[in-house]
Design a protein around this ligand. Structure first.
Ligand code: FES
Ligand SMILES: [Fe+2]
Length: 331
């Protein structure tokens, strides 16, 4: 189903897929938080047993928002009781299956509650790579693929550091950001890079995409050969591996807040062994450079308009291919 946004700039709907809503360490056991993604008000909480749960935000009783606590919970989310969240308005409780598990003062339960039916929408959640992912599909179709394990992001590695994170909210449809990956010509103008390598590999395979480029990095000690490998898992998840001067891994996940408002969650991971030596100079410089490139791209994205048929020339990247692949997530 195509849902046109009411945006003046881009007619595309939000893509479906797995999307990062939080890092795992942003949600403690017993904690709840409001979320605003996919044009919806949601609530996330972590149960006593450690499971992350996402529900629609509005209580089916009388519509209170489950993400905002009061009294002793003021300033935070509402109370988590065992495996359920408790509405701050009248104390009804809801579990991960969207069932109402407790009404503190009812003698006769509402029939749906008595029958154990789902009374509030619950969203598919996966916790992997130290992130909490939510499955969004406008037609509420169950997950059509699974997110992938990223060994460097597993969190228990002897070899790889924790995350250095950056977050940006950008006024752009996510497809416009994805096109950056197949746009060699913009590097010179937006990022000031003189030598732009051609893509060696560009593969589209179902819900995944992979690109591989060889790079030549001039240093005082001569040119160092390197590579950039990027892999997308659906529209929302991607991993970029930079090799050469200083190996760096970037988990670059993007999530639609609305059709034309996108949150980018960037987490950089670098080798533990050299964090205190080469990492302090070269490693930090690589992260700063990539973050700066992102900010340069944002200046364009925030203001550009969308063309269904851009006027392309032979030196442009394979935008049509990219859009065909991306289009599967827009229907
Ligand atoms: S509105 Fe949530 S319990 Fe009444
Ligand atoms: Fe760029």
């Amino acid at each position: 189903m195509m849902i046109a946004s009411d945006s003046p700039r881009c007619p595309l709907p939000m893509p479906w897929g797995w999307f990062q809503v939080l890092y795992s360490n942003e949600l403690a056991v017993g904690e709840s938080k409001p979320l605003h993604y996919f044009g919806k008000e949601l609530v996330i909480f972590r149960t006593e047993s450690g499971k992350a749960v996402v529900l629609d935000a509005y209580c089916p009783h009388m519509g209170a928002h489950l993400g905002y606590g009061i009294r002793d919970q003021a300033g935070g989310g509402s109370r988590v009781v065992g495996e359920s969240i408790e509405c701050p308005f009248h104390g009804w409780q809801y579990n991960a299956e969207g069932q109402c598990t407790h009404i503190p003062y009812a003698k006769n339960l509402p029939p749906k509650v008595a029958r154990g039916e789902k009374v509030i929408e619950c969203w598919p959640v996966r916790e992997i790579n130290q992130t909490i992912l939510v499955w969004y599909h406008p037609d509420k179709i169950e997950p059509l693929f699974e997110p992938e394990l990223i060994p460097e992001a597993a969190g228990d590695s002897d070899e790889w550091s924790g995350f250095a994170t950056f977050t940006w909210d950008i006024n752009v449809h996510m497809q416009e950001m994805a096109e950056n990956a197949v746009d060699p010509a913009h590097f010179q103008f937006v990022h000031g890079t003189s030598d732009v390598p051609d893509a060696d590999v560009l593969e589209f395979d179902g819900h995944t995409r992979r690109g591989f480029l060889k790079t030549r990095n001039p240093t005082p000690k001569g040119v160092i050969e390197g590579s950039i490998e990027n892999r997308n898992i659906g529209a929302g998840l991607s991993i970029v591996r930079f090799k050469g001067i200083y190996d760096t891994v970037l988990m670059a996940n993007v999530t639609p807040i609305g059709p034309e408002l996108t949150r980018a969650h960037y987490a950089f991971i670098q080798p533990k062994a050299t964090l205190d030596t080469l990492g302090k100079t070269v490693g930090k410089a690589i992260i700063a450079n990539i973050a700066q490139q992102m900010e340069e791209d944002i200046l364009i994205w925030n203001r550009k308009t969308y063309y269904e048929k851009p006027m392309l020339c032979d030196g442009d990247g394979p935008f049509a291919k990219l859009r065909r692949w991306y289009g599967q997530f827009l229907q």
